[in-house]
Design a protein around this ligand. Structure first.
Ligand code: DSN
Length: 416
């Protein structure tokens, strides 16, 4: 089903592009913090005949006939999500994290009401009230950042901002924050100003499932996530919430912002939740964190500065301001030597998002490939060589050879 034989027969052009992408994933060291490699079981479910079925509505209450099997698939995904995260209610239909977040806004807010979220420049997410996104257009967005000295969340400062702007909804969670988050502190702030608390745990959901990150579920009315980052499922979204909001939340997802759910993706989510409930998943997440710490230490030993001085999660932010290169230049150069990262603004960055003063690195994908601390030291050495020798074709050539050698020891999708 996933070997591309059929695609190749019908459409050699697209099969060629897909084969090229498979080779890229095999050939490069994948350090984008939000990416991972889904299992063959997840890929098979996502590439299955369940894509054929329309199932608008919810299990047992559909607008289409013939839903008896997709009903049990969706019920299974819901029950597994609830059990995995200890949640009272789960909606597994959001097509992505952006839709999961929008469903919560649609459920909890009236247009024009105020929200308080982490600013994108400090590590927050596009869908948390930025001007360019619907969340910024529809709601009155206010922001908190990180403390200039510690580069960590400053809960007293967040409380001060909340007292001033009196948000209806407070959003915790980030895309580029390397530290654990104190959700109990966010709960106290929300209670003080009578706000609803939403946590977007997309980046660290896998760590939460494994008990390696503070758990937002007991503290927040709504918890949103994607299913494809540390959680290692198919590309998709999900919302967890308290029972009191279940009906309104489901209504906000369908018919509020979506039509037919993607039943093949919901099946793949169910498979991923099963995988995430196994002891091997906890061991995987423990290695993700150990690898992130090893990569951080190794980069620091090479003289590179990390935002907040390190990491407690799966990701780290390298500050390039002392290196006289931009994040854009480094990310482009690393891509040329088969190491994939993304440029990223660092807190209080004076460069625009198109250039940036940082790069963001994450260990979920390389850990899925089987790499451990020794490989993190090798990768840190390669990254450091590139940063310090951007104009040297000779160094770039040597790094490329070492990347080839490194990835050859960690085969990816051998059955494809
Ligand atoms: N685009 C994701 C990331 O890279 O963090 C967030 O949605």
């Amino acid at each position: 089903m996933n070997r591309l034989d059929e695609v190749a027969m019908v459409d050699p052009e697209v099969a060629g592009f897909m084969r090229a992408e498979l080779n890229r994933e095999r050939r490069k060291i994948e350090l984008i913090a939000s990416e991972n490699f889904a299992s063959m079981a997840v890929l098979q479910a996502a590439g299955s005949i369940l894509t054929n079925k329309y199932a608008e509505g919810y299990p047992r209450h559909r607008w289409y006939g013939g839903c008896e099997y997709v009903d049990v698939v969706e019920e299974t995904a819901i029950e597994r999500a609830k059990a995995l995260f200890g949640a009272e209610h789960a909606n597994v239909q959001p097509h992505a994290g952006a839709q999961a977040n929008m469903a919560v806004y649609f459920c909890a807010l009236e247009p024009g009401e105020s929200i308080l979220a982490m600013e994108k420049a400090a590590g927050g997410h596009l869908t948390h009230g930025t001007e360019a996104n619907m969340s910024g257009a529809l709601y009155d967005a206010h922001f908190y950042g990180v403390n200039r000295e510690t580069e960590r969340l400053d809960y007293e400062e967040i409380a001060e901002i909340a007292r001033k702007c009196k948000p209806r909804l407070i959003i915790a969670g980030a895309s580029a924050y390397p530290r654990d988050i104190d959700f109990a502190a966010f709960r106290r702030i929300a209670d003080e100003v009578s706000a609803i608390l939403m946590v977007d745990m997309a980046h660290f959901a896998g760590l939460v499932a494994a008990g390696l990150h503070s758990d937002p579920v007991p503290h927040a009315e709504f918890v949103t996530t994607t299913t494809h980052k540390t959680l290692r499922g198919p590309r998709g979204g999900m919302v967890l919430c308290r029972s009191a909001f279940a009906e309104a939340l489901d209504h906000a997802v369908f018919p509020g912002i979506q039509g037919g759910p993607l039943m093949h993706i919901i099946a793949a989510k169910a498979v991923a939740f099963r995988e995430a409930s196994l002891p091997s998943f906890k061991q995987y997440q423990q290695q993700v964190v150990r690898n992130a710490r090893a990569l951080a230490t190794a980069l620091q030993e090479k003289g590179l500065r990390l935002v907040s001085g390190g990491t407690e999660t799966h990701l780290l932010l390298v500050d390039l301001t002392g290196q006289e290169v931009t994040g854009n230049e480094v990310a482009t150069a690393l891509d040329e030597v088969f190491i994939t990262v993304n440029k990223n603004n660092i807190p209080f960055d004076d460069k625009p998002p198109s250039l940036t003063s940082g790069i963001r690195l994450g260990t979920p994908a390389v850990t899925t490939r089987g790499m451990k601390e020794a490989e993190m030291y090798e990768i840190a050495d390669l990254i450091s060589l590139v940063i310090k020798n951007l104009d040297s074709e000779e160094v770039m050539g040597r790094v490329r050879e070492r990347v080839d050698e490194l990835v050859s020891g960690f085969p990816l999708y051998p059955d494809l």
